[in-house]
Ligand binder design. Structure first.
Ligand code: TTP
Ligand code: MG
Length: 349
């Protein structure tokens, strides 16, 4: 049995999807996001625009020619970063074993996550949709290369597992430019000598590939045979620890909300103590029946880690909120984390 240890996620038409989220009137039309720094170049476009043959890195004037009725807008990087952080937070609430590859893409090592991979993929898709309104594609397999390939398989809004017995069916007909490590230039070179698919590529010896690609040649040789031993390279230490609940019934009673906050405080405190961490910023998040999300934060003078201290700070924040609408979700996060040791050292200093 294969162990599906690797998950890869990639947001669909990310910048364009964020623009549609912020301005739903744009939905359904070809939408092209132009770069700010790389003026005159398409950064990305939605799937409607792709039907006209428009793609990233194409000059804007060419995109206009292909689709004169398209809507052209400028990138707002700060906003994409904001949504990207929200998505990464969802992933970090599941595991710390995350390698963020770009603003909209990450690998997860899911070997320690106690959920079957397909259910986990669906769960992540559901949470991303619910919390950001956007769709993400998910790929699952027993190595990085295949997990990433799986994500691309049925974009947008896809989910796919690649098992070992699917390898010949999936890999052999694949065009060489889809193989990680083979760029546009190399794939042209290969095409020129009649090598178009992975099946063609498999006829070449490892030495030949090393001659052509240098050290990467032997990686390519392995990859197309379904072999990839790379591990996840963890991108960052965890920045926050949190917990949240979506209610079955809507709630407005602050006493009940505080009892949820107490449960969260206990969970968070346990994790903090286990990892020898303490935090200084407390944030509560609420989502009301109209799906409007609010967060309220407070940064304390000293670090805390006990459930009592966390609960006390969270309740103060809740007391400051006027609840006009019923709530469907409450969450609590502790951030601004430092290790207990560092704090003690500086104290002794
Ligand atoms: P991608 O994930 O490559 O593209 P995408 O999310 O727009 O579409 P897909 O559904 O195919 O995944 O890149 C993510 C974002 O990065 C994209 O929305 C815009 C930005 N980007 C650039 O700035 N320059 C580029 O050359 C590419 C390819 C993307
Ligand atoms: Mg993407």
């Amino acid at each position: 049995m294969d162990k599906f240890e690797f998950m890869h996620i990639d947001m669909d038409a990310f910048f364009a999807a964020v623009e549609e989220k912020d301005n739903p009137a744009l939905k359904g039309y070809p939408l092209i996001v132009g770069g700010k720094s790389r003026h005159g170049i398409v950064t990305t476009c939605n799937y409607e625009a792709r039907k006209y043959g428009i793609h990233s890195a194409m000059p804007i004037f060419m995109a206009r020619k292909r689709c004169p009725k398209g809507i052209f807008i400028q990138a707002r990087m700060w906003r994409y970063k904001e949504i990207s952080d929200e998505i990464m937070e969802i992933l970090y609430s599941i595991t710390d074993m995350i390698e963020q590859l770009s603003i909209d893409e990450a690998f997860l090592d899911i070997s320690e996550v106690d959920m079957n991979p397909l259910d986990l993929g669906l769960y992540i898709k559901g949470r991303v949709k619910e919390e950001t309104g956007l769709t993400v594609s998910v790929g699952i397999s027993y190595n990085k290369f295949l997990a990433k390939l799986a994500t691309d398989w049925n974009k947008p809004d896809g989910i796919k597992i690649i098992t070992r017995d699917m390898i010949p069916g999936i890999l052999l007909p694949l065009s060489v430019k889809k193989v990680y490590g083979i760029g546009a230039k190399s794939s042209k070179k290969l095409n020129d000598i009649g090598i178009c698919t992975v099946e063609d590529l498999m006829r070449l010896s490892e030495d030949f590939l090393i001659g052509m690609f240098g050290k990467a040649g032997s990686e390519i040789y392995d990859r197309i045979r379904g072999i990839d031993n790379r591990k996840i390279e963890i991108s960052r230490e965890r920045k926050s620890i949190g917990s949240e609940t979506t209610f079955e019934d809507y709630i407005t009673d602050k006493a009940i909300l505080k009892s949820y906050l107490l449960e969260f405080s206990k969970e968070i405190s346990e994790i903090l103590l286990n990892k020898s961490l303490q935090g200084r910023t407390i944030t509560i998040k609420t989502k009301d029946e109209e799906f409007v999300q609010h967060t309220r934060s407070k940064t304390l003078i000293g670090h805390i880690s006990s459930s009592e201290d966390i609960h006390k700070a969270a309740c103060t924040l809740l007391d400051d909120i006027k609840l006009d609408r019923r709530l469907r979700l409450i969450g609590l996060t502790v951030s601004n984390l430092t290790s207990l040791d560092i704090e003690q050292l500086s104290f002794l200093d």
